[in-house]
Design a protein around this ligand. Sequence first.
Ligand code: AHG
Ligand code: MN
Ligand code: MN
Length: 283
Amino acid sequence: MANKNQTLGEFIIENQASFKYTSGELSRLINSIRLAAKVVNHEVNKAGLVDIIGAAGDTNIQGEDQQKLDVYANEVFKSALVNREIVCGIASEEEEDFITVHGKHHAHDNKYIVLIDPLDGSSNIDVNVSVGTIFSIYRRVTPVGTLVTIDDFLQKGSEQVAAGYVVYGTSTMIVYTTGYGVNGFTLNPAIGTFYLSHPNIQFPQSGKIYSINEGNYVHFPQGVKDYLKYCQEEKEDRPYTSRYIGSLVSDFHRNMIKGGIYIYPTSTIGPKGKLRLLYECNP
Ligand code: AHG
Ligand code: MN
Ligand code: MN
């Protein structure tokens, strides 16, 4: 029976033993994500105030350069992971190339790498819509003690040892799995502690929500168009309901709790579509 008074810190300690590699390294890693999430949460919450409390131009009242929140979040997650020398490598959406963690001590003796989007949906910040952090953790495939290579980062999804997200929403939550169920922790902002609020989350057996950017409709593959028509038909329990925020974490989180599907098909328009098209022409 899940204990809803349990904090994330307590949960990590209690569940460390059930993880197949019990060195404690993964626990320390989740702990550092927990810390960085709290720092980013604090900054995201005052996003609307930045222009008010900051001085004119690009400098705030402390004389620091005001950074875009996705750059800020990148720095926070990077330092939480690099300074504590918990991982041997990081790949971030905000970095051109993967980061090799050299470390003063024995960082490349560490076994894990992290892939992260520090602030997903950042264009939604300006309009007070939820954003998130997405992370994925793998064990390196190259030998411990050497520098990481691209092979450590390009592994199959099924090789992940842990993955999750933080949603900075009406409340801030961390949802993650190490392969033994998915658990969600909600931040009590008054004391800065995450509590187990959503133990063992499971998708409902059936759902009525579909989430897709229908603005790209004409460019979708025929199968996706057919599926959308199916969702919209008046039959049995249909039509389904369309919900799309444009912040993957929020769309996914809602659909996992309420039951639904998130779809981002290949299309040939928009900045992302253009990238795909370029890639398809020049793989
Ligand atoms: P970014 O990391 O650049 O902020 O991207 C946000 C993503 C994702 O959260 C969302 O699902 C998708 O972009 C929305 O894309 P469209 O605007 O094309 O629908
Ligand atoms: Mn993103
Ligand atoms: Mn991003």
